[in-house]
Design a protein around this ligand. Sequence first.
Ligand code: SAH
Length: 460
Amino acid sequence: MEYRKDDIVMLCIDDMGVDGEGIGKIDGFPFFVKDAVVGDRVEAKVVKVKRGYAYARLMRVIEPSPNRTEPKCPYHRQCGGCQIQALDYTAQLAYKENKVRNNLIRIGGFSGELLDQVMEPVVGMEEPFYYRNKAQFPIGVDREGRLVTGFYAGRTHSIIPNTDCALGVKENRVILEILLDYMKKYAVTAYNEKTGEGLVRHILIRKGFASGELMVCVVINGDRLPQEDRLVDALSTVKGMTSISVNVNKENTNVIMGKKCRTIWGQDTISDVLSGITFSISPLSFYQVNPVQTEKLYGIALDYAGLTGTETVWDLYCGIGTISLFMAKRARQVYGVEVVEQAIRDARSNAERNGIANAAFYVGKAEEVLPKLYEEAGICADVICVDPPRKGCDETCLETIVKMAPRRIVYVSCDSATLARDLKYLCAHGYELRRVRAVDMFPQTVSVETVCLLSNLRMG
Ligand code: SAH
């Protein structure tokens, strides 16, 4: 049967795609339906027909899935942030575990039997809301020209006004209202992506869950905020406020933060504590957004590293040195590599602050620093940990890792597709996949973090 736009179809949703869309088939022909969850019976309207599949819009849930739950946030369908809030949490965890497994099979070429042996149960959260320590809110105007802030609607840059996100901290709302009030009072303009005019682009809010310290960084298309002191007066009264800064971003780009930050009140960094280690965090440094799960994630990475105190460990993509410092306590020496200079400055001060003397850090790209040091200084490693961004490791980096031939590789990944690709490479070059565990760092969303242990076949 040929399907056309606007056709109405009845579907039993029996699977979910990588972006959280429900999938239902008619005679083997799949329809992708956003907001439908596995187990639903739905009526949907065809919006686009492609070769071999179609997209349809959810019109009515005829019979809800037993896995459906009442979403907390009224904007969950429009907002691009939470794709699977309507799925109950146990089913979310199963979905994520399955996503990792499927990618390892489909992209990594691993067998289901092997994965049955090496995959350990997914690590979920007890309270899967209000877990984020960081939020970046875009500032804009609505159709009537009023200032708004909130979140981008899925796949767009139109702002859904919402200052009360169910994943974030309660201070977000207070801080956003202060910023909007200040902007109205002093006629400060919002940045317009289309024209490149206007001043305020984004506001970054970060909170140290253990320290209670708050950081606000206002991203602007200019060098100064007018009446900066007035904004500072209001923001500095918020309990826990520790650092207020301005970030300059004059580029016409989707990248939120520019390269330059200027502290306008308080300290340059805030601190947070994970498993007894204190970390300083700058506005530009990466820091895991879910501290409760981060402790579990790093704990698994540490366990997988199997350290006894004698090892040389490399932590590639080390950020502010979080994993490095976790490992340093159990290793002889740790070396961290990270491309963001400010993060390396944080990493060094974090080592010092915690009295950790056996961790050293290098600024640069892992795929450049590691081969260079390998060739020039003949560096070696017993354990290499990698925690790359979504795009995974550069092949030059993997190539050098293989040459260095560590006994164990611990791979921490936020994208199981690139993880699977990289594991395939490592397993074709003398490594064996020994343990895999998914950790849910981002409840209500389709993202999933994974930790893997690989061991060197020649060393057992
Ligand atoms: N392990 C850290 C950071 C992980 S996020 C933590 O858990 O906190 C990934 C980090 O890799 C970011 O800090 C990013 O700045 C850095 N990065 C991105 N590309 C890189 C590259 N090519 N080489 C080294 N670091 C890189």
